[in-house]
Design a binder for this molecule. Structure first.
Ligand code: IMP
Ligand code: MG
Length: 187
């Protein structure tokens, strides 16, 4: 795998834009409307998994018309430079909120093997939320090795390493407003 030099900007790593800003924002508006209908009258907490889910969370919550609180947790499963999941996620930051009896919606950037969300769901279920569902922006369905039911999915994408809109390549380029595919030589 070739090494990236962030000082050169993102262009050298970008094979093509997979989902542009307009497509992302339109889909997130749809999801926001759907979630607002589904959680009307419920005590909703959005639980974002750091760091990849942050852009998605902040855009999604602006589209919600129902009251909700937010909280964060962090899970690590990839080392810098590794493009494949180690398969053994670790909770590195726990939530501050008491989720017992509340309706929890997990907000995540991407589901790949499914190991991360599987781990998080099992961990949170022990705290007895009223409900626990998953909202994921991107789904690499063909890579799944653990079954995870997802209540809300933004886009199903092919098995390629993507970056931008919260997702990083070696921790950079999370700020891009689109989702792009990393060139083969950098994947
Ligand atoms: P899983 O545990 O294999 O489902 O992996 C989920 C996590 O892997 C996500 O939360 C991302 O942080 C990371 N990930 C998976 N695929 C990509 C990708 O294409 N680009 C950037 N991060 C990814
Ligand atoms: Mg992530």
């Amino acid at each position: 795998m070739a090494k990236i030099n962030p000082a050169l900007g993102f262009e050298p790593f970008l094979d093509h834009v997979l989902i542009n800003e307009q497509q992302l924002q339109a889909r997130i508006a749809d999801l926001g409307a759907q979630i607002s209908r589904d959680y009307a009258g419920k005590d909703l907490v959005l639980l974002c998994i750091l760091r990849g889910g942050v852009m998605f969370l902040t855009d999604l919550m602006r589209k919600l018309t129902v009251p909700h609180t937010i909280d964060f947790m962090a899970v690590s499963s990839y080392g810098v430079g590794a493009r494949v999941s180690s398969g053994s996620p670790r909770i590195v930051l726990d939530v501050n909120t008491d989720i017992a009896g509340r309706h929890v919606l997990l907000v995540e950037d991407i589901i790949d093997s499914g190991h991360t969300l599987d781990h998080v769901v099992r961990f949170l279920e022990t705290r007895q939320p009223a409900s626990l569902k998953v909202c994921v922006l991107l789904d690499k369905e063909e890579r799944r090795t653990v079954h995870i039911p997802t209540a809300y999915t933004g886009f199903k994408i092919p098995d390629e390493f993507v970056f931008g809109y919260g997702l990083d390549v070696d921790e950079v380029f999370r700020n891009l407003p689109f989702v792009g595919v990393v060139k083969k030589e950098y994947q």
